[in-house]
Structure formats: C-alpha cells, structure tokens
Design a protein around this ligand. Structure first.
Ligand code: SF4
Length: 74
C-alpha cells in the first residue's frame, strides 16, 4: 500500500495540491492550510494510505508543492 506524508504545519496554502489531486486535498476554512483527506495525525505529520491509481497525481502534487512538504511513498 502506498502512502502520503504531509508536513502540514509548513503548508503555505498555495492550493497547488488541490489542483493536482482534488480527491485527496482541500484547503481548510479554519487556517488556510491544506488538509490531506483520509489521513491520520502522527505527531507533526499527517499520513494517508492511498491506492495505486492515486499515486501518479499525488506525485505531481508532491513535485509541484513549493515548500516540498508532500512525500509519496510507493
Ligand atoms: S502544494 Fe504544498 S504548500 Fe501548497 S497547499 Fe499543498 S501542501 Fe500546502
């Protein structure tokens, strides 16, 4: 199972990940940072298990994140 790791506290809310993979990302109304849908929090990071067909778009999201806080492990 592949997974995404999001270092959320460093998010600048640019919306790029939402544009690349809207089924996994949204911008929080509360603090303007992105939320990784379906994730669980472990200390400072959020982790979500994803299916194989989600890897590609989330790798694009990781590549385009201007502060490099999305990691996709497959
Ligand atoms: S691309 Fe990176 S900085 Fe931009 S909203 Fe997503 S996680 Fe935050």
């Amino acid at each position: 199972m592949a997974k995404i790791i999001h270092y959320r506290n460093k998010c600048i809310g640019c919306n790029s990940c939402v544009e690349q993979a809207p089924s996994r990302w949204s911008i929080s109304d509360e603090d303007g940072k992105s939320d990784l849908k379906g994730s669980i929090q472990k200390k400072e990071v959020y982790i979500a298990e994803i299916s194989v067909d989600e890897i590609e778009e989330n790798k694009r999201a990781a590549k385009d994140c201007p502060v490099s806080i999305i990691k996709v492990i497959d």
